[in-house]
Design a protein around this ligand. Structure first.
Ligand code: NAD
Ligand code: UDP
Length: 319
């Protein structure tokens, strides 16, 4: 049955893929975005669809809509962008979440929160299961995002306990793919652009730190499985790819796939940069029958091709 679905942050990287997928399933989609990091080009191909609607709006302000489901993704996700205006990041995570929870409560909608592996901070348990409570520096430069997202998790569970709201909570691990913002400083987009432009590839620290990279199509499939999961399953559930790589290995792989002659250079490691990150996904496998299918090589090839076209088609697209 077709539903009226709100996607906040729908013009961003993950949100744009989610909107596209939901429209393919013949739902009506309302994309709400303040375009801080979102781009019109990410959703331009959806604009002719009569079941798609875009509203420029900041979720820190309540919005009167009637919806059946809400995917709450609005929030800058890359360290450069969430640290640009840290107070706004915390406001979006907390006040924005309250506004969306109130909307869900009034309209009796189901609401899914895009939380993050950052709630585990610089983890001392590896890989990270959902039961791990994390190691977050509450006063560091990443705290605006980490603590904002942790508070949002608290709010979701309090709305469930207090108002019996139908909530779903996912913790997303590093995701990559087409529609990433070329300037958001995340490792996959940085390395691909540097490799394509033949400039130095910037390894922060010694490159021994690890991350586990999930292709966006896999993630979006997991998000939708979670929204459609049985009512008594709230999460939190980790969604990510459990194959773990050193940042150095990622750089070498991208150099190989692009055939670039870029050199690796070493820069200072940012403060509070987690040393390792890898999702334990047993819960997602059991409850959602979900696991990632796209290999790193396959996903990187698609992402490289996206950035190649973007850089060719419009020199301003970089910004
Ligand atoms: P993104 O920056 O591309 O998308 C975020 C979108 O939210 C943008 O379109 C931005 O303009 C919009 N936005 C920001 N603040 C807003 C506000 N106050 N009101 C309305 N819109 C606002 O980031 P993304 O990678 O697509 O991330 C989407 C969600 O997934 C975020 O909540 C992020 O925390 C979460 N997440 C992403 C990753 C990842 O690896 N990409 C990992 C963990 C969690
Ligand atoms: N990183 C890097 N060079 C870059 C960008 C990032 O070495 O040009 C490192 C960064 O220090 C971190 C990892 O890659 O250890 C992932 O960084 P990203 O910003 O993509 O995500 P997050 O730190 O939030 O996992």
């Amino acid at each position: 049955m077709s539903k009226q679905i709100l996607v906040t942050g729908g013009a961003g990287f993950i949100g744009s893929h989610l909107c596209e997928n939901l429209l393919q399933q013949e739902h009506e989609v309302i994309c709400v975005d303040n375009f801080f990091t979102g781009k019109k080009r990410n959703i331009a191909h959806l604009m002719d669809n009569p079941y798609f609607e875009v509203l420029r709006h900041d979720i820190n302000v309540p919005i009167p809509l009637e919806v059946d489901e809400i995917y709450n993704l609005a929030c800058p996700a890359s360290p450069i962008h969430y640290q640009f205006d840290p107070v706004q990041t915390t406001k979006t995570s907390v006040m924005g979440a309250i506004n969306m929870l109130d909307l869900a409560n009034r309209t009796d909608a189901k609401i899914l929160q895009a939380s993050t592996s950052e709630v585990y901070g610089d983890p001392q348990v590896h890989p990270q299961p959902e039961t791990y409570r994390g190691n977050v520096n509450t006063i560091g430069p990443r705290a605006c995002y980490d603590e904002g997202k942790r508070c949002a998790e608290t709010l979701f569970f309090d709305y469930k306990r207090q108002y019996d709201l139908d909530i779903k909570l996912i913790r997303i691990f590093n995701t990559y793919g087409p529609n990433m913002h070329p300037q958001d400083g995340r490792v996959v987009s940085n390395f691909i652009i540097q490799a394509l432009e033949g400039i130095d590839i910037t390894i922060y620290g010694n490159g021994e730190q690890t991350r586990s990279f999930c292709y966006v199509d896999d993630l979006v499939e997991g998000m939708i499985c979670m929204m459609n999961s049985s009512d008594d399953f709230t999460g939190p559930v980790n969604l990510g790819n459990p194959n773990e790589y050193r940042i150095l290995d990622l750089a070498n792989k991208i150099v190989e796939l692009t055939g670039s002659d870029s050199k690796l250079v070493y820069k200072a490691l940012p403060e509070d940069d987690p040393i390792m990150r890898n999702p334990e996904i047993d819960l997602a496998k059991k409850e959602l029958s979900w696991q990632p299918r796209v290999s790193l090589e396959e996903g990187l090839k698609k992402t490289i091709s996206y950035f190649e076209n973007l850089l060719k088609s419009d020199e301003n697209a970089r910004y």
